[in-house]
Every structure is written in C-alpha cells, then in structure tokens.
Ligand binder design. Structure first.
Ligand code: DGT
Ligand code: CA
Ligand code: CA
Ligand code: ZN
Length: 577
C-alpha cells in the first residue's frame, strides 16, 4: 500500500476515534501520523527495512507497527474493527458545515442519527432541537447545509462547464501580472463530468488577480479567500478554485493540479526511483530536509518536467494513471485521433423522426463543417415516442436521399441509414429485406431497459449477429448524472462485435459518451472499430462529434480505428463489403 492510502487510513482512524469520544491525544497522534506519512520525503519501504520508522518525529512505536502492517499487507484489523463499529453514514454527516465529531456523536447516541437522510428527517421533524446544545438556529443551519450539499454535490457535464471556464479565462488572462494561466483538474483532462474547476496562474502579484476572480459576475458566494488560493461558488452550484503560484513553480503546480491523483502518485514514485522528490512546488533530492530548496530552474513547461523524468510528453487527457507513464517511458505516445481527422458522421436524425431540422438543413450544416458525407439514421417504427419511420416512410426517405445525391445540391454525400430498434428478443425492428436496401444500419436499444444482464447481453449479441447491422448505437444506454447503464456484460458484447466485424459507437452526446472511454483502449488494441457519432437531433449538434474528441483520445483511439475519419471512397468501399 502506498503512502497516500496509508495516510488516508490513519486520518480515518483519527476521525473514528473522535466519533467514539476517545482521548484527544490519541486522536491527535493519528492525525499527526497521517500528515507525516503523506509528506514523507524518504521512501517508506527503506525506513521500514532499516527499522527507522519509529524514530521519525510524529511516529511512535505503536504507530510505526500499524504503518508497517498497512505497508506490507494493505490491511489493518484495528482500522477494520473501528470502521465496523460505527454506521458508515456518520462520515457524511461530518461534512455538513458546523457539525464536528462531538455533535455528530451526540446525534448518533441520543437520536440514533446514522446518515444524512436520518439527520435531515430529524431536523425537519424538530427532534434535533430537543438535544442539549442544538437550538433552532443550529437545526436550520444543518438543514441548509444538507440541502446545499444535495444541490452542490452534483457533478457537472464537461460541455456545460466549458463556457464558464472560457469566461473566467478571458477575465483573468488580460489582468496585469498574469504570466501563465490554465484550467487544470478533471476539466483539463477532458473527463466527461467535472466536480469542480481548478485554475492555475503564474504571477508575482496575486492580490489584484484574486480580487478580480472573487468578483466575477457569476460568483454567488466566496467559500475561501486567501492571497494565493481562493474558492468560489457560482450561481449554478459549480465550485471554482484558483491557485496563484510564482512563475517558476507554474509547470509543477499545473501538472500537480491537473492530476489525476493516480497519475500523480505514479509519477512521484517514478521520480523517487530516480532519487527525486516531486511535488507541486518543484523537484528536489529525495532525501532532503524541509529547508532544502526546490529545483525549478531548468523546467519551464510540463514537457520539460516529463523530459527530466525520462518520459515523452503525456497530454492531459491521458493522465489517468492507466499505464500512460510506462508507455511514455518507452517512447512517444501513439498519434491519437484529432478533430481535423473527422470527415463526417453517421448517427443523425431529421424531422422525419424526432430531429428538429430537415434533411436539407442537416446536409447544409454538414456542408458548413466541411464534411464529405453525412449519414441519416432516423428512428425505426417501434420507437413510437420518437415518431419512428414505418417501412414505407423509410423507403420514401431512401428515394429522397438518392435524388438529393444525384442533384449535387450539397457537397456532402448523404448515406442512407436507420437507427433500428433492437427489440426485446434481439430481433431488429425492420426485416432484412428493408435493411438490405440501406447503406448502413445503427442498431440500438430503446425499450425493455430493465431486462436482467444475461437477457440484455444475449439480446444485443443477437442483433450484432444480423449481417445487415453495421454498428451498435449507445451500447449501455447510460445518461450521465441521470440514468445508469442498463444491466449488460459489455466485455461479452465487445467480443461479439469483434467476432462479427461490427462497429461500436462512441455516442458523442455530452450526456452519453457511450461506450465509455475506459473500455475503448483494450478494445481498440484488439481491432474494434469506433464510429464517433453525434446522435444529432439538430444542426448544431453535429459539432458534438468534435467536442467528443478528447474522450476518444482518453480511449487511446487512433485515426485508423475511427470509421468517420475515412474518406468518402473508403466509406463506400467499407459499406459495400
Ligand atoms: P473533480 O474535481 O472531482 O472532477 O476531479 P479533479 O481531478 O479535478 O480533482 P480535484 O479538483 O480534487 O483536484 C485537482 C487535482 O489536484 C487532482 O486531479 C490531483 C491533484 N490532487 C488533489 N488532491 C490530491 C492528493 O491528495 N494527492 C495527490 N497526489 N494529488 C492531489
Ligand atoms: Ca476539479
Ligand atoms: Ca478542486
Ligand atoms: Zn438512440
């Protein structure tokens, strides 16, 4: 177990002890131990092997023994027992502003409050005020804290955060003394959802910059205001953090606060193996004392930092601690698909089903993007709620598209397709005699979401075995922050797609991004083809294809693996097979 995890366990022990009303000195000892382990400059394994751990200030013999056990086995019975002796929901109660361990313990012992739900009930019912030390005002504060937490605990779709990031960037960039500025964190890594936004600025004059930051018009409240570090809450509940560092520290701070945490832990451990201690402040020899200065002189950019550690540059999207460091140690990372590679898209709706714009309007929008082709895939007849096409209407649409192509009215070539429902038994919504007349078929699940995993998996595999199916649409049906994926065995579906030479869609709707990037990497290595599909229901949504490129990159997708990077002739040949 690594230092960060050990420190987290020790800190948790301190909290549990507090909740149990244990001796404050004992509590303090674990808190101090956690801090010591987290900021340890020497390798923990060496300290243990040389039996020097107990000699470190802040770590006595009893603590040293527990740390050794955690380090060697990853487990600690003392921790497990403590944890099991208290309801797990008490920890979230501690996160309500104004509730410390003492108060939470009182609520637990007197009113059997175990979690936020029971706490909220007790506040609403007024029973909380019967406790000594809990007045009307305390109860009201707890309640508003819980409600804020419910509203604010939500993550935000990446695409919704972009305008805010841009607005802050524009405001801050033009201030005097701002030498470098970048968003960091999950936003910069292109993650599908963002918890909070982190900005890093390099400057020698932080105060006026902080002033401008905390008075941005979107700011609803200032959560923390320091000279180099502040947090604000926006009207939509999003938190934005800003850190201002001296310019020499900027590349280190930017790298650190871009994360991910896993990537940072792995990079720090690589630095350590080279005798270097890496932090947000800089690099210094691994065995330095607290007053050893950090080296920053030769490192001006993140690229310099990676180079210094013997690595090729790792773009932020790949910094998820999923093997990117080992790859970067071998040489340059693969050339991943980029926005300029995209030449069209295949999953698009028109007013014939539930789209907002006509076939002609969609074709014009594709022309405006400079695309070579556009695939039309309106819903099939069983999707009644989406005005799915009957066989007659589909055949008529095919005629229209052929005529439009012949007329050369648009620069884009239009491909005829359908988003054909996969019926609950795995049959397709149109017979093969109809499907065979189309250029391509997207098969999607739009009904019977509650089937069990085996049924759903078999259903989708059956559809993939249909010779006329080209690709699987939004394979898990998830809606980010709203609806979980339906039960299915995705690895089995990937196997079936490979076995049957089918494409899987990376649905580029900002709330879908389905199939998830975490599944793409190995799949693409195995030869699975991807179609980055906007699932556009309006002309403006064609651009979702481009907005999803960072997600495709997180999945390590190269141009070769993405169908809609092929040129028109290649696509025609592909569909003919
Ligand atoms: P989010 O905000 O939940 O979407 O995710 P992030 O990745 O933006 O996380 P955040 O805002 O808590 O912190 C930004 C970055 O700072 C994170 O990706 C890595 C770094 N960081 C924060 N806390 C720690 C820590 O305890 N250890 C390490 N190694 N890095 C941390
Ligand atoms: Ca963040
Ligand atoms: Ca943050
Ligand atoms: Zn669909």
């Amino acid at each position: 177990m690594d230092n960060i995890l050990i420190a987290q366990k020790l800190a948790a022990i301190a909290t549990y002890l507090e909740l149990k009303g244990e001796n404050p000195f004992k509590v303090r000892a674990y808190q101090l131990g956690a801090h010591t382990i987290e900021t340890l400059a020497e390798d923990l394994g060496t300290l243990i092997a040389e039996e020097r751990l107990a000699k470190i200030p802040g770590i006595g013999p009893a603590l040293a023994e527990k740390i050794t056990t955690l380090y060697q086995t990853g487990e600690l019975a003392y921790y497990d027992d403590l944890k099991a002796s208290l309801p797990s929901g008490l920890l979230e109660c501690l996160e309500v502003p104004g509730l410390g361990p003492k108060k939470v313990r009182a609520l637990y012992e007197a009113l059997a409050i175990q979690d936020l739900a029971t706490l909220k009930q007790a506040c609403e019912a007024g029973t909380v005020t019967t406790l000594k030390g809990f007045g009307e005002k305390t109860a009201a504060n707890i309640l508003s804290g819980i409600r804020n937490r419910e509203a604010y605990a939500r993550r935000h779709l990446h695409l919704n955060v972009t305008p805010i990031v841009e607005s802050f960037s524009i405001l801050l960039k033009q201030l005097p003394g701002v030498l470098n500025l970048s968003p960091a964190g999950s936003y910069r890594r292109g993650l599908e959802t963002v918890g909070d936004v982190d900005f890093i600025i390099g400057s020698e004059v932080p105060e006026p910059i902080m002033q401008a930051f905390t008075t941005h018009p979107e700011v609803e409240s200032i959560t923390a205001h320091g000279s180099t570090k502040s947090s604000v809450r926006l009207q939509n509940g999003l938190q934005v953090d800003l850190r201002i560092v001296p310019p020499a520290q900027y590349p280190f701070a930017l790298h650190h606060f871009t994360g991910s945490k896993d990537h940072n832990i792995q990079l720090r451990s690589r630095a350590l193996s080279q005798g270097l201690s890496l932090s947000e402040w800089g690099l210094r020899p691994a065995h330095s004392t607290d007053d050893t200065p950090y080296e920053t002189a030769n490192i001006h950019t993140e690229a310099d930092l990676f180079k210094h550690l013997g690595l090729s540059f790792i773009q932020p999207e790949l910094r998820e601690g999923m093997g990117e460091i080992a790859l970067a140690a071998q040489g340059p990372l693969p050339q991943l698909v980029k926005a300029t590679d995209i030449r069209g898209a295949f999953h698009n709706h028109t007013t014939a089903s539930d789209g907002r714009h006509s076939l002609e309007a969609m074709a014009t929008a594709a022309d405006n993007l400079g695309w070579e082709y556009l695939g039309i895939s309106d819903h099939s007849k069983s999707s009644i709620q989406a005005n799915g096409l009957s066989e007659e209407r589909l055949l008529a649409q095919i005629e229209t598209i052929h005529a439009l192509n012949a007329s050369k009215r648009f620069n884009v070539h239009l491909f005829t397709g359908t988003e054909c429902d996969i019926l609950p038994d795995g049959q397709l919504d149109f017979p093969n005699t109809i499907l065979s007349q189309l250029d391509y078929v997207v098969a999607s699940v739009h009904s019977a979401f509650t089937q069990d995993e085996a049924t759903m998996t078999a259903r989708i595999i059956r559809a993939l075995e249909n010779p006329y199916v080209t690709m699987l649409g939004h394979p898990t049906g998830r809606l980010l922050l709203r609806r979980e994926a339906y039960a299915l065995n995705l690895p089995k579906i990937i196997d079936a797609a490979l076995a049957n030479n089918k494409i899987i869609e990376l649905n580029a709707q900002p709330s879908r991004l389905d199939m998830d990037w975490r599944f793409w990497r190995q799949s693409a290595d195995r030869g699975l083809m991807c179609s980055i599909s906007p699932d556009a229901h309006a002309t403006t949504q064609l651009a979702y294809t481009l907005a999803a490129i960072p997600i495709a990159q997180k999945g390590f997708l190269t141009k070769e693996r993405v169908l809609n990077t092929k040129n028109l002739e290649e696509i025609k040949a592909y569909f003919k097979r």
